[in-house]
Design a protein around this ligand. Structure first.
Ligand code: SAM
Length: 194
């Protein structure tokens, strides 16, 4: 794995992977805060121009972070089981969280779970909207949250923490956009183990 995708990753240290890393902002900020450099960050993004934007954020001496321009399903499938310390997904595409695609994405998260270390974590930040893009009621939100949590539990994840907001220390292009519309877009953060 390390030779295929992680130019600088040598299989040492805890590996943290962001799925759909967009313009790279989230991961670059996280990696910059890891002063001891004992964590290694890998962002996977299929969109070429976003991938290039991510790479433009990297500095020459950034040894603990890399970006890959590929389909994360393909990349993840090549990892050894129990090899990844943490997966992060910030506002995943509906193909990986939408109700109508549940059957498809469950298969992917099952595989992802098998790649997570025994005490690994999955940090998911996702949004609740409704079909009419009108205000999301408290009832709608609670129903959606219950459905989402039970879906991930049925895959085999253990829900450790849920917060009805994005983590304040984490930034992303889409989080900034969605934060401007709190009535129509409700953000949920879930930290899961296995
Ligand atoms: C809604 S955006 C969120 C991007 C970023 N996390 C943010 O919050 O700004 C979802 C991203 O996932 C990427 N994506 C979707 N499916 C993917 C896949 N199978 N492999 C890699 N990237 C994917 C899209 O290109 C897009 O950039």
């Amino acid at each position: 794995m390390s030779t295929l995708y992680g130019r600088k990753y040598r299989g040492k240290g805890d590996l943290i992977i962001e799925l759909g890393s967009g313009n790279g902002q989230t991961l670059v900020n996280l990696a910059a805060r890891n002063a001891k450099r004992e964590l290694y960050f890998m962002g996977i993004e299929s969109n070429l121009s976003l991938y290039k934007e991510s790479c433009s954020l990297l500095k020459e001496n950034d040894e603990n972070i890399t970006f890959i321009n590929d389909d994360f399903e393909q990349v993840i499938s090549k990892f050894h089981n129990e090899s990844v310390s943490m997966f992060i997904s910030v506002l995943p595409h509906p193909n990986y969280i939408g109700k109508e695609r549940e059957f498809n994405w469950k298969n992917f998260y099952e595989i992802m779970l098998s790649k997570m270390k025994k005490y690994g974590q999955f940090l998911l930040i996702t949004e609740c909207t409704n079909e009419l893009l009108s205000e999301v009621t408290v009832e709608e939100y609670k129903k959606w949250r219950t459905w989402l949590i039970s879906s991930f539990e049925s895959i085999g994840f253990i829900i450790n923490v849920t917060v009805d907001n994005p983590p304040p220390a984490l930034s992303s292009y889409y989080l900034s956009k969605f934060n401007n519309d709190p009535n129509r877009i409700k953000i949920l953060t879930i930290l899961m183990g296995k």
